[in-house]
Design a protein around this ligand. Structure first.
Ligand code: AG3
Length: 292
């Protein structure tokens, strides 16, 4: 995770074994090895506190609002009555913090496999983990795949706030998991998935969407900027049983909600689904056209 360079410590995320991304460290706040992974929380010189799992940057205080607002508000402002939300992963709490800003949401279940992530973020990232004690939230320390196969509860929205599809996260990008999620979603259901870098993960995006295709009527990809993940322009998958992220979206709902955001707004929502040609061409056979 860190490297000593002229006596200075740096976060060094090596991506796809070919290049690295560096951030200068001020000091280390937490370092622990759980049953599942290495977890580090460091204070960087330029991006505030940063969380890393197995050396991959999960979030920084400086830009986490972008990721968490986009993963949550896009589907919540498309679904007409999002009352029950399931978050798989997301132990830092950023996603549930945004989800719980919606008064319509009555119940959130967050299924995080690694309690150490939650505990480390409660202590060192209070502005991210601040909603973890909300009374509408049930936290389950459990494997998301196991939960989905056994739960039997229905949801309006499922958000998979996962790491990259490597190691233990691979099944979270596979068909059986998406089949289980589809079964757990009600008729207007939406699934949001962490879909990687537009530049470096084209194959992963294609494979992920192909695995979702049999279980969802509409499949889309949408974009957001990121300062701390390799490649800068990252994406989420939007899969639904029928709702269209543009046609079923009414920007006036955002304005009248009074929900305060720093990145997300109706214009950002719409434009996020406009894909650069190289992305659209790569995914042409698997995503649905946006009709505007
Ligand atoms: N989820 C991880 C996104 C992937 C980051 N990948 C990387 N750095 N190679 C972030 C969790 C935030 N709740």
């Amino acid at each position: 995770m860190t490297t000593k360079d002229s006596m200075e410590l740096w976060v060094k995320e090596i991506y796809q074994e070919t290049f690295n991304l560096g951030f200068k460290i001020d000091r280390t706040l937490f370092s622990g090895k759980s049953r599942f992974q290495q977890i580090d929380v460091v204070k960087t010189k330029s991006h505030g506190v940063m969380l890393l799992n197995d050396g991959s940057i999960m979030l920084s205080e400086r830009d986490e609002f972008i990721y968490h607002e986009m993963i949550a508000h896009v589907p919540l402002f498309v679904h007409p009555s999002p009352e029950r939300v399931l978050v798989i992963g997301g132990g830092d709490g950023g996603t549930v913090r945004e989800v719980l800003k919606h008064p319509k949401v009555k119940r959130v279940v967050m299924v995080e496999i690694d309690d150490m992530v939650i505990q480390a973020c409660r202590i060192h990232l209070p502005a991210v983990s601040c909603a973890l004690d909300d009374e509408r939230l049930e936290i389950r320390i459990q494997d998301g795949i196991k939960y989905i196969t056994e739960a039997g509860e229905k949801f309006d929205l499922v958000i998979v706030d996962s790491t990259d599809p490597i190691g233990p996260a691979v099944p979270l990008f596979d068909k059986p998991f998406y089949k289980g999620i589809s079964a757990a979603l009600d008729s207007d259901g939406i699934l949001i998935t962490q879909a990687g870098s537009t530049f470096y993960d084209g194959e992963t995006q294609h494979a992920m969407l192909m695995n979702q295709r049999p279980f969802f009527k509409n499949l889309h990809l949408y974009l957001y900027s990121n300062l701390t993940y390799p490649g800068g322009l990252w994406s989420f998958g939007f899969a639904s049983k029928g709702l269209c992220p543009i046609q079923d979206f009414d920007g006036r709902r955002v304005e009248s909600s009074g929900i305060v955001t720093s990145y997300y707004n109706p214009g950002v929502h719409r434009s996020a689904f406009s894909l650069p040609n190289f992305v659209a061409e790569n995914l042409a056979s698997v995503i649905d056209p946006i009709l505007v």
